[in-house]
Design a binder for this molecule. Structure first.
Ligand SMILES: [Zn+2]
Length: 114
């Protein structure tokens, strides 16, 4: 669980992952604004664009408006973002564990002195 400067709490749930990633996704949205716009028009908010019914991205590729290569680049970037997020998460969790271990140790040391 991460606490944002605003005081909002991000719970480590896959569905809420987008909130934590918002910063880096802004850049992605700018570089692929056309794909992002199409993705927003998909029938399902969590559309993976791999042939779901009502997928606006797939429809655009089928219509020849969006190149499959561009879609693939977008997908690659998304995978990279997801990977980065996972790596950061793991590092943060390890740091948090180490911090709590230190606190527990110092509390025990204090208790022993009293
Ligand atoms: Zn889609």
């Amino acid at each position: 669980m991460d606490r944002l400067p605003s005081g909002a709490v991000v719970i480590d749930t896959p569905g809420l992952r987008g909130v934590a990633l918002a910063g880096s996704e802004d850049g992605l949205a700018l570089a692929f604004s056309d794909v992002e716009e199409l993705a927003a028009a998909c029938r399902f908010a969590d559309c993976a664009h791999v042939g779901e019914p009502g997928c606006a991205v797939q429809a655009s590729i089928d219509a020849g408006d969006l190149s499959a290569a561009r879609m693939e680049s977008w997908r690659k970037l998304q995978r990279e973002l997801a990977f980065q997020a996972r790596r950061t998460d793991t590092r943060l969790r390890a740091e948090e564990r180490a911090r709590w271990k230190a606190i527990t140790r110092s509390n025990r040391a204090r208790g022993a002195r009293l």
